[in-house]
Design a protein around this ligand. Structure first.
Ligand SMILES: [Zn+2]
Ligand SMILES: [Zn+2]
Length: 149
């Protein structure tokens, strides 16, 4: 199983079966990802290998110890070693291959963002929207959803 960041400068490989995925909805993980939650898992250090790009990795740490490692070129979160363990934290969105792993745990659900729910007229398109205009319309509150064709 290979994975890489958005720009492709940092890449890694995992041997063996991937464990299931967890999502953390805490305010720190929301800010670190810019999203509703992170999605990640832990693998044994012996099953993890950097392919290239480690020199591009920068690290940010809160005084509390919360840490985020990221690619200095594109900003993607990247794997990092969990303090005092032989486990490597792996952001699931970086993985490039299909896996049988599924989201198995949600953490800090009580901290979920108020917007982390689907509206009554939420649409799911297989691809992208037809146009920026129709997309933007759908994002305006209390309007009809974009049509898919
Ligand atoms: Zn990158
Ligand atoms: Zn969190």
């Amino acid at each position: 199983m290979k994975g890489e960041c958005l720009c492709g400068e940092v890449a890694f490989e995992i041997e063996g079966e991937l464990p299931n995925i967890y999502q953390c909805h805490c305010s720190l993980c929301r800010k670190a990802t810019g999203s509703t939650a992170n999605a990640a898992t832990f693998v044994e250090e012996q099953n993890f290998r950097w392919l290239f790009g480690q020199s591009h990795i920068r690290s940010f740490q809160k005084p509390t110890g919360y840490r985020s490692d990221f690619c200095s070129v594109c900003g993607s979160p990247v794997p990092n070693k969990l303090r005092d363990t032989d486990l490597i934290w792996v952001p699931a969105g970086l993985l490039d291959e299909a896996t049988a792993s599924q989201v198995a745990v949600h953490l800090h659900v009580s901290s979920s963002a108020s917007w982390a729910q689907e509206s009554d007229c939420c649409v799911r398109l297989v691809g992208g929207p037809d146009s920026l205009e129709s997309f933007n319309q759908a994002l305006q509150r209390k309007t009809a959803p974009i049509k898919s064709h």
